[in-house]
Ligand binder design. Structure first.
Ligand SMILES: Cc1cc2nc3c(=O)[nH]c(=O)nc-3n(C[C@H](O)[C@H](O)[C@H](O)COP(=O)(O)O)c2cc1C
Length: 200
């Protein structure tokens, strides 16, 4: 399928079919694709946690407000976290990144307040969200991106250290009755002239 059709067909799934699970091979492909996401100076300040263990997934669902039923029925929940231990991040930069990236880090990132740096690192993790949602759609896997979660509870449940939980994505296969499918409700978007301009 061409990418234009994929973009038209993907949507935020509101009801999953609990009987359908994603194959191990496809999960491995998704992990590989996430690792290939681009980031500024190749900083890769992320941690992706794939959860299929039912009890853990249900505990995370109960820390996800109105999103709970989607997570309980989904095949997997993927939790996206950003590194917020800046000493550790600096060591990673110095040990792993190219000289130009290290210089960029020292000149532009290191001197700024920690909050600003964590915000910049978080932006890198959000890039992976777009990459991931597109990959899922290309693989005909349905998805629900969710900021409607309780990050501190997620962190406790998953025993995550040195990272801050940002959002999660439920993945699986839609219930054929899901009322949010584009075939039923279309795609609600601003008009082209409001969001795209061309200087020719
Ligand atoms: C960062 C982010 C957070 C979102 N959080 C939620 C959420 O907590 N629950 C939910 O049902 N949808 C959530 N959405 C889905 C958006 O509402 C949805 O993408 C938007 O309405 C466009 O619809 P579409 O994805 O079906 O094209 C989120 C989307 C993004 C990108």
């Amino acid at each position: 399928m061409d990418f234009r059709s994929i973009a038209e067909k993907r949507y935020t799934t509101k009801k999953f079919d609990a009987s359908k699970k994603i194959s191990k091979d496809q999960i491995e492909d998704l992990k590989h694709i996430l690792k290939l996401s681009p980031s500024s100076i190749n900083s890769q300040p992320w941690l992706f946690t794939f959860v299929s263990h039912n009890e853990t997934k249900n505990a995370l669902a109960d820390a996800s407000f109105f999103n709970a039923p989607k997570i309980k029925d989904a095949s997997h929940l993927v939790v996206f976290s950003v590194q917020d231990n800046l000493e550790q991040f600096e060591r990673h930069v110095e040990d792993n990144l190219a000289e130009g990236s290290v210089n960029f880090y020292k000149q532009f990132v290191k001197e700024q307040p920690a909050e600003k740096t964590i915000n910049w690192l978080s932006q890198q993790v959000y890039i992976t969200l777009g990459f991931f949602l597109a990959a899922c759609a290309a693989m005909e896997i349905d998805s629900t991106p969710m900021e409607g979660i309780e990050p501190e509870k997620y962190k406790d449940i998953l025993k995550i250290k040195d990272h801050k939980v940002l959002f999660s994505v439920a993945i699986g296969y839609r219930d054929t009755e899901d009322g949010n499918q584009p075939e039923l409700v279309g795609k609600s978007r601003l008009s082209t002239d409001k969001v795209i301009q061309s200087i020719e």
